[in-house]
Design a protein around this ligand. Structure first.
Ligand SMILES: Nc1nc2c(c(=O)[nH]1)N[C@H]1C(S)=C(S)[C@@H](COP(=O)(O)OP(=O)(O)OC[C@H]3O[C@@H](n4cnc5c(N)ncnc54)[C@H](O)[C@@H]3O)O[C@H]1N2
Ligand code: MOO
Length: 425
C-alpha cells in the first residue's frame, strides 16, 4: 500500500485536501479481510460476520402444519359432506399422527400441529360448530374456504438445500433465528478483530477521578467503545496516553504487534502537542490525512507493519462522525464483512444555512421530525461546535451537504443518514 495523495499542511485550502469520496476510495481499494474463521455457537454470533454460506439441511417447517387452532379436513370432501364432518382425531403441536383421515373425517387440530395425512385445509375454531349426535362427535365447517387455507406447507419458509445466508453477511437476530430454525447449533464466522483503543492528551482523565481546571474527562473512550461494540470487536483499552512522543511511539509499536487495528482519538492535527501523525510517519505508512470535510478534518489512516492505524480527531463530534464514515467500514472489511455504506435518503430541510464554505463536505447533527402534514423533515442541531456531545445526543442522524453546495434553504432536499443505518440509535 502506498500513499496516493499525502497532505501534511494544516493551512491547506479545502480544495487541496482529500475529498470524502477519494478517502472512501482509498479505504475501499487498499483493504481486505485479515481475520481467519472460527466456529461459534449461535448464542455468541450476534453481529459476527459469516465466513461461509449457510445452507438449509432440511425443510422449515419440516412438515405441513396448521396455522390456527381449528379443524383439519380434506377440501375435496366438503361438498359431499355438506360441511358436516365426523371428528376422528385430536392433534396437538408436537404430537404428529400417521393415521390418515377417513373420508368426511376431520381432526381437531392446534396451531403448529402437523396435518394428518389426507387433510389439506383447516377451518378456524371460531367459524366452526362442534356437534354431538348419538354419542358421536361432529363438526360443522363453514363454506367458502379455499383448498390449503390455514395450512402451512413443509419448506414454505426455507426449502431444504437453499442458501439462506452468504459469507460476508453480518448476523442480525433474525438471521440467527433463521439458522436456528434449520437445526444448526454452530456457525463459521470470522474471528473478532483485535482493536487497541487509545485516547491521547495530557488533559484527559477517566470518569470517577477528580478533575481540576484544564482537565477533561475521556468521554471519547466510551463513545468509541460503544461504537466498536456494534461491530462485535475485541477491544483492548490501552488507556490514556500522555502527550509524550516517546511514549506514543513505544505504545503504538507494541500495540501494532498484537492487534489488527489501532484506533486512536486526539492528537491528530498538527499542534506541537499532537504526536499521532509524527508517530505514524516514523513507524509505518500514512495513507491519508487531512480531509475536505467538517467535522473530522484531521482524520488519519495508515499502517504500522500489518496493523491498520485509524487516527480519529479528539473533538467528540469529529471522532464519532469519522468512526461512522471511515472506521466502521474499514473494520467491517478487515473482519471479513462488507464495506459498510451509510443508509441515506432525501428529506426536506427544516433549517437554513446562509453560507457554507465550498469545496468541503459538511455533516450536521440532525433529527428527523414529522411536520403538521405528516411529512418528515431534518431539523439541524442549532450549534455547530465539534466539542458538543449534546448535539450527538439530541440527533438521530447526520445531514450530509456536498462540496458544491454553498447554502441551504428551508425546504431544500438534503441527504439524511439515520444513526440506525450505522447500527446505533
Ligand atoms: N491550528 C489548527 N488547529 C486545529 C486544527 C487545524 O487544522 N489547525 N484542526 C481542528 C480540528 S478540525 C479538530 S477536529 C481538532 C482535532 O484535533 P486533535 O485530534 O489533535 O485533537 P486534540 O487537540 O487532542 O483535542 C481536540 C479537543 O478534543 C478534546 N478531546 C481530545 N480527546 C478527547 C477524549 N478522549 N474525550 C473527550 N474529549 C477529548 C480535547 O480536550 C480538545 O478540546 O483540532 C482543531 N485544531
Ligand atoms: O474536525 Mo474538527 O473541528 O472539524 O471537529
Amino acid at each position: 500500500m502506498t500513499g496516493k495523495r499525502l497532505l501534511d499542511d494544516c493551512f491547506l485550502h479545502d480544495r487541496d485536501r482529500l475529498r470524502h469520496h477519494e478517502a472512501l476510495e482509498i479505504l475501499r481499494s487498499r483493504l481486505s479481510a485479515v481475520a481467519k474463521s472460527e466456529t461459534v455457537p449461535l448464542e455468541a454470533c450476534l453481529e459476527r460476520v459469516l465466513a461461509e454460506d449457510v445452507m438449509a439441511p432440511r425443510n422449515v417447517p419440516l412438515a405441513d402444519n396448521s396455522a390456527v387452532d381449528g379443524y383439519a379436513f380434506r377440501h375435496a370432501d366438503f361438498d359431499e359432506a355438506g360441511g358436516f364432518f365426523r371428528l376422528e382425531q385430536r392433534i396437538a403441536a408436537g404430537h404428529a399422527t400417521d393415521a390418515t383421515l377417513a373420508p368426511w373425517g376431520a381432526a381437531r387440530i392446534f396451531t403448529g400441529a402437523v396435518m394428518p395425512p389426507g387433510a389439506d385445509t383447516v377451518a378456524m375454531q371460531e367459524d366452526c360448530e362442534p356437534h354431538d349426535q348419538d354419542g358421536q362427535k361432529f363438526v360443522i365447517v363453514p363454506q367458502g374456504l379455499k383448498k390449503g387455507a390455514n395450512c402451512r406447507l413443509a419448506g414454505e419458509d426455507v426449502a431444504e438445500g437453499t442458501t439462506i445466508l452468504s459469507a460476508g453477511q453480518r448476523l442480525r437476530p433474525q438471521d440467527i433465528a433463521a439458522i436456528a430454525s434449520t437445526g444448526q447449533a454452530e456457525v463459521s464466522v470470522y474471528r473478532k478483530l483485535n482493536v487497541a483503543l487509545v485516547s491521547t492528551g495530557d488533559e484527559l482523565r477517566r470518569p470517577g477521578n477528580l478533575i481540576t481546571v484544564g482537565d477533561v474527562y475521556d468521554s471519547n473512550h466510551f463513545l468509541l467503545k460503544g461504537l466498536c461494540d456494534t461491530l462485535a470487536l475485541e477491544v483492548t483499552d490501552l488507556g490514556i496516553l500522555k502527550d509524550d512522543p516517546g511514549l506514543v511511539e513505544a505504545t503504538l509499536t507494541k500495540a501494532a504487534k498484537d492487534h489488527d487495528v489501532i484506533l486512536t482519538t486526539g492528537g491528530a492535527s498538527r499542534g506541537e502537542e499532537d504526536h499521532m501523525l509524527t508517530a505514524l510517519d516514523r513507524l509505518g505508512t500514512r495513507h491519508m490525512w487531512q480531509l475536505a470535510i467538517k467535522p473530522g478534518r484531521p482524520m488519519m489512516f495508515g499502517t504500522i507493519g500489518d496493523c491498520v492505524f485509524l487516527g480519529l480527531p479528539g473533538n467528540p463530534v469529529a471522532a464519532m462522525v469519522c468512526f461512522l464514515l471511515y472506521a466502521r467500514p474499514v473494520m467491517s472489511v478487515l473482519g471479513g464483512g462488507a464495506f459498510l455504506e451509510p443508509q441515506a435518503f432525501k428529506v426536506p430541510a427544516a433549517f437554513e444555512v446562509a453560507k457554507k464554505k465550498p469545496d468541503r463536505r459538511e455533516f450536521y447533527r440532525a433529527s428527523l421530525r414529522q411536520g403538521a402534514d405528516g411529512t418528515p423533515a431534518a431539523h439541524k442541531f442549532a450549534r455547530d461546535g465539534s466539542g458538543l456531545i449534546t448535539g450527538l445526543r439530541e440527533a438521530d442522524g447526520l445531514v450530509e451537504i456536498p462540496e458544491d453546495v454553498t447554502a441551504v434553504k428551508r425546504g431544500d432536499l438534503v441527504t439524511f443518514l439515520p444513526f440506525s443505518g450505522f447500527g446505533i440509535r
